[in-house]
Write a protein that binds this ligand. Sequence first.
Ligand SMILES: Nc1ncnc2c1ncn2[C@@H]1O[C@H](COP(=O)(O)OP(=O)(O)O)[C@@H](O)[C@H]1O
Ligand SMILES: [Mg+2]
Length: 180
Amino acid sequence: MSKLYGDYYSGIDVINLKFIGQGTQGKVYFLPPNKVIKIFHSNRSCKDQFYILECAKNSRFFPKVYKHDDYSIVMDFVPGVNLRDYLAKNKLSKKLAFELVELVCEFERLGFTRLDIRAPHIFVQADESIIAIDPRKTFHIVQKYPKKILGTLRKFGYLDQFFSLIKNKYSDKYSHWKNL
Ligand SMILES: Nc1ncnc2c1ncn2[C@@H]1O[C@H](COP(=O)(O)OP(=O)(O)O)[C@@H](O)[C@H]1O
Ligand SMILES: [Mg+2]
């Protein structure tokens, strides 16, 4: 049954939208046909995430933002499976290994000081390209290498394979990360 009264964020009535997920900062609803609206508990975390996504607006590694207000952001729906669930069922391909390195290179290009993101926030697409959601503290935390990403690869038994896949193409990253 539809509710009668509206609940508006970014000019959109969210009351009958399908809920797709939540974390500590807010709740996310599907906005047909291909967007989501994320509603934050706090104005501050909304502002912080909007700022980061704005900095990354030309990047293929992040969802595009269409609208926002003090408590919400409308952005692309990111299909796919998060990296943790993906690696539980699929092998690590060369393409995915390269994508993970490219994501970290993109963080560097964007001037992030945190060169890492948690696996549940990395979505693997059907073509094995990746998109990151929920970027946080990217200019606050200082993390010079992708500790959590490498940790996930280790957990699923793919760390050695990852390093041998990236060794030639990304020799600088290989030597830096391998020797930590
Ligand atoms: N743009 C998106 N496309 C698809 N699913 C999303 C998107 N943003 C968030 N989600 C889903 O909603 C969940 C919660 O979103 P997230 O941004 O991580 O919220 P929080 O900041 O509270 O942790 C995610 O784990 C993911 O499953
Ligand atoms: Mg989250």
